[in-house]
Design a protein. Sequence first.
Length: 201
Amino acid sequence: MKMIKGNVEVIWTEEDYINLPWFTNDIHEEKFNATVETKGYDVGVSMCFEDLPEVFQKVVEQFDFLDKIVIAINKLEVGKILPFHTDKFTTYKQRNSISDNQPIERVIVFLHDQKKGHQLWIEDQVCTGSAGSYFGWEQNTEHMAANLGDEHRYIMQVTGITKNRVKEPQLPTEGEISLNSYGDVVPVSYTHLRAHETRHD
């Protein structure tokens, strides 16, 4: 398994996500393929896709390894669970003209520090971190989320297709100091805005 992992600069506040106009899809089978029996679980998540604060669009700029990005803010209420599943990406594919052979990745950004009972698992790896930590996976990777705590859990969900990571290196010009991990020249003024992505098996 290859996990996407890193940190982004925290430029948002709690006020940016706490009172969004939430939408809940009660028919979870439309969104994902459960890989475990869901009977007995309180399955569901509240989401907001539209009219998101501009600050979250600025956060997305740090994900320069993805293309055709779509974001949502998710609220997992106390006691809710998304049992182990794989994502279908049906709506994303239709709205963005994504073919079946284009690799889709999904990234979860923690909007607040880790709280007790808040869980994210990617296969057999548990993901923990402070605000700004992100974790992601490639299409067809099994994962789950649960809120077994006493406070709601808020995350930003980023969906995109994988950019070609093999590029010819560029030589920095005056005013540019370095290359990022994909061979792109990184201007001095933007280095602090770039996500630092690492991958491991």
